[in-house]
Design a protein around this ligand. Structure first.
Ligand SMILES: [Zn+2]
Length: 97
């Protein structure tokens, strides 16, 4: 029981972090999901739906932040982009906070 509570709390904290970053970056997030994912950490749909791997909850917060910023920038710039602008912005946001 205790463990399940912790898991729920960690999920909520994670989602709150995503919303905080969405505000900073200036993108609208419609849905945030956490579920087991096999081959990646996260995905973003054009309509503002973000899905993150539940495995992320066990990763250090620095890494969580990187994944969050990465996905939110996909909402901002499109899914195909990992170009120079994309990488520059990821770095800039992570350094700023
Ligand atoms: Zn990407």
């Amino acid at each position: 029981m205790r463990e399940r509570t912790d898991e729920l709390v960690r999920r909520e904290i994670f989602k709150a972090e995503v919303r905080r970053w969405a505000e900073r970056i200036g993108v609208e997030v419609r849905e945030i999901h956490l579920r087991p994912m096999r081959r990646k950490w996260a995905s973003a749909s054009r309509r503002g739906r973000l899905t993150f791997s539940t495995d992320l909850l066990n990763e250090p917060s620095v890494f969580q932040r990187e994944v969050i910023v990465h996905e939110l920038l996909h909402l901002k710039l499109g899914n195909g982009s990992h170009g120079k602008l994309f990488r520059t912005l990821v770095k800039a946001y992570l350094q700023q906070y």
